[in-house]
Write a protein that binds this ligand. Structure first.
Ligand code: KG4
Ligand code: ZN
Length: 344
């Protein structure tokens, strides 16, 4: 029997980006993205209700735009993948409803994808993807996790943040330094002008065994330092630099520990914070030192996007997996609950 070619529409709507992409047997065909950043900037952070409403407005036009860009008719699609969680429940439901309705109308299967599995597999979209098994460092706005990845769907949690996620710490520290929203890129830009020798922040939880993280103390450290000094532009940059150095070093120390402990020599870094240039430099140096290889998604696929969801959904649909009849969005969803599609 000849297997029908797979052409999967991917939809991401878990937070403040509406992402749509089409992935086929020969790779990524097209992707479109609409960021709500400007809308939320006015409020200094994501307003969930506004996010849901905007996803509803943008989803169908973006899907049409993506089909045109790919030069594909809707009836050529073989499946629809969408982010089913974790994320903001209203935002998720916008994507879930559109994806499930389209799949029903087009009479093709749909599949709910775990947002962090999407991030984790994003480096697979590159021309030189990593090979399994590997250690994944997931660093986003909601998660900081070290995961041992055997294959698609086989994820063992080795460690995670006990409080703030790395991205959340970036955002909160940027806010207290009055750098605006979104905080991560703003803080990184400010840190470029910083003097790395003026302040030294701690590397939390690195002097004890284990692979968990704690970043909320760094934000407090930044607050205290900002209160003890005149917060002029140079001091902001110096604090930003000290903060960024501390996060990057802490992540690198734990990644090295995870690689040595498991005997693996491949590291995959994904999620919004993996766009951070200083983090990349620090991890590259660490990996060079222990003969490990490190892989990242391209810059635009570090933060939320439809391509990573189309890719993860493609893998699962190809293995014959698809949604049951019930419709579900899961605002909380542990990654380690996933199973490998080949085990079905
Ligand atoms: O993966 P993502 O787009 O959304 C979530 O799944 O959370 O990650 C967003 C997070 C935000 O906290 C943002 O500030 C952070 O990633 N981020 C960065 C950079 N770009 C995005 N943090 C540090 N440096 C960056 N260049
Ligand atoms: Zn994300």
């Amino acid at each position: 029997m000849i297997k029908r070619a797979q052409l999967v529409l991917g939809i991401e709507s878990s937070c403040d980006e509406t992402g749509v992409a089409i992935y086929g047997d020969n790779g990524l065909i097209a992707d479109t993205l609409y960021s709500q950043v400007e809308m939320h900037a006015e409020y200094g952070g994501v307003v969930p209700e506004l996010a849901s409403r905007d996803h509803i407005r943008k989803l169908l036009p973006l899907i049409k735009q993506c089909l045109v860009k790919a030069n594909i008719q809707a009836n050529e699609l073989s499946g629809v993948a969408y982010t089913a969680g974790p994320g903001l429940v209203g935002a998720l439901f916008a994507g879930v409803s559109v994806a499930r309705s389209l799949a029903y109308g087009w009479d093709i299967p749909s599949i709910g994808v775990h947002h962090m599995e999407g991030h984790l597999l994003a480096p697979m979209l590159e021309t030189e993807p990593p090979s399994f098994p590997f250690i994944a460092l997931l660093v986003s706005g909601g998660h900081t996790q070290l995961i041992r990845v055997k294959c698609v769907g086989h994820y063992e949690l080795l460690g995670e943040s006990l409080d703030d996620a790395a991205g959340e710490a970036f955002d909160k520290t940027a806010k207290l330094l009055q750098l605006g929203y979104p905080g991560g890129p703003a803080l990184a830009k400010c840190a470029e002008q910083g003097d790395p020798t003026r302040f030294t922040f701690p590397r939390p939880m690195t002097n004890r065994p284990g692979l968990d993280f704690s970043f909320s103390g760094l934000k407090t450290f930044a607050l205290t330092t900002s209160q003890q000094n005149t917060l002029d532009q140079q001091t902001r940059a110096d604090i930003a630099r000290a903060f960024e150095d501390a996060v990057a070093d802490t992540l690198a120390i734990k990644c090295k520990r995870a690689l040595l402990q498991t005997g693996l020599s491949t590291l995959v870094v994904a999620g919004g914070v993996s766009a951070n240039k200083h983090l990349r430099r620090t991890l590259n140096t660490m990996c060079d030192g222990i003969n490990a290889q490190v892989f990242y998604p391209r810059h635009e696929f570090c933060t939320d996007n439809g391509a990573m969801i189309a890719y993860a959904g493609y893998q699962r649909l190809l293995a014959g997996e698809h949604d049951p009849l019930r419709i579900q969005a899961r605002p909380r969803w542990p990654l380690a609950e996933l199973t490998s599609p080949s085990a079905l």
